[in-house]
Design a protein around this ligand. Structure first.
Ligand code: URA
Length: 304
């Protein structure tokens, strides 16, 4: 049992005039850094009127209020309604996180490009829709025979609505240039770039399995529409999501995997390569394997 009097270094504000709170509640609010205030009854009333006879003042709990904030001045007369200071965040009963308003639209696996892009733009299938600035659909020639698949948008991608536009994206562009490809290229110079997740995870945290599960059908449809000759999967999350494995990249590199029948080459994420430049030679070897594999891959059928 928490005792307010045992609170170490206690500088608990005097809340004794808030009759709705018992000692345990006061101590718990203090532990959470929640400051409690209520208008003090007028001095005369404190002296003359028994507490039980008073209508209880409305108590308001506020979070993160600086301890130096002066207590509100005692009102001359008891107000009928008590308002918290403007800067105070009122602590309410924690609200459950709202469920997604609607789910992923049906029929993703039969959508054409405009329908798919619109479905992604309006998607509310997971909680990431509430924190995104933009969905990040994909970029490049829809007929590209190279497809690059990354993990999820970061801050820059979220702001610009395009995959790989930050520093990691610059490295990716350089890697593609080294093999004669680019996001703006067409025909034999083309590359289509997309991510497993179309929305940025807050603070670039790792994608959650349910987010990947909700989003993966969009990527599956992009792959079906592009029908690339080769997929370059970059980074652990992209690789593990596509290949449905928990094996580390180090074990998956150097082999030809398959996604929807398309050859998949596994390589390091450009952000990792920026941190670990010593592994760039391995990434180059992966690109060479992808070039060889694409060259041996049969021509695509006509995309739907
Ligand atoms: N990392 C990714 O995997 N994708 C992006 O679009 C940006 C950074």
């Amino acid at each position: 049992m928490i005792n307010a009097m045992e609170h170490e270094g206690s500088e608990l504000p005097d809340t004794s005039f808030v009759p709705q709170l018992d000692a345990r509640q006061r101590a718990m609010l203090a532990e959470m850094g929640v400051r409690v205030w209520a208008p003090r009854p007028p001095v005369a009333a404190q002296v003359t009127a028994p507490v039980a006879a008073e209508a209880p003042p409305t108590a308001v709990a506020s979070a993160s209020a600086p301890s130096s904030m002066p207590a509100p001045a005692a009102p001359a007369a008891r107000p009928t309604q008590v308002r918290p200071p403007v800067n105070d965040a009122v602590v309410a009963v924690p609200q459950p996180v709202a469920a997604p308003a609607r789910l992923r639209p049906a029929g993703v696996d039969a959508m054409d490009w405009p329908a798919l892009q619109a479905a992604v733009a309006g998607c509310e299938a997971c909680g990431l829709c509430r924190s995104r600035q933009n969905t990040v659909f994909g970029v490049g020639d829809h007929q590209a025979d190279w497809m690059v698949i990354g993990e999820a948008p970061g801050e820059n991608e979220d702001l610009q609505g395009e995959p790989f536009v930050g520093v990691a994206g610059q490295l990716l562009d350089n890697m593609l240039r080294a093999i004669g490809r680019s996001r703006g290229g067409s025909g034999a110079q083309a590359a289509y770039i997309a991510n497993v997740l179309k929305c940025r995870p807050p603070a670039n945290r790792n994608p959650l399995p349910e987010e990947v599960a909700q989003c993966e059908p969009y990527l599956a449809r992009q792959v079906a529409l592009v029908q690339p000759k080769i997929i370059l999967a970059m980074g652990r999350f992209a690789v593990q999501s596509l290949l449905q494995t928990s094996e580390p990249i180090g074990k998956l590199r150097g082999q030809v995997h398959r996604y929807q029948g398309v050859p998949v080459i596994v390589t390091y994420h450009p952000a990792y390569l920026l941190r670990t430049p010593g592994d760039k030679a391995k990434a180059w070897a992966d690109l060479c394997l992808a070039l060889e594999t694409a060259a041996a891959s049969p021509d695509r059928s006509t995309a739907p």
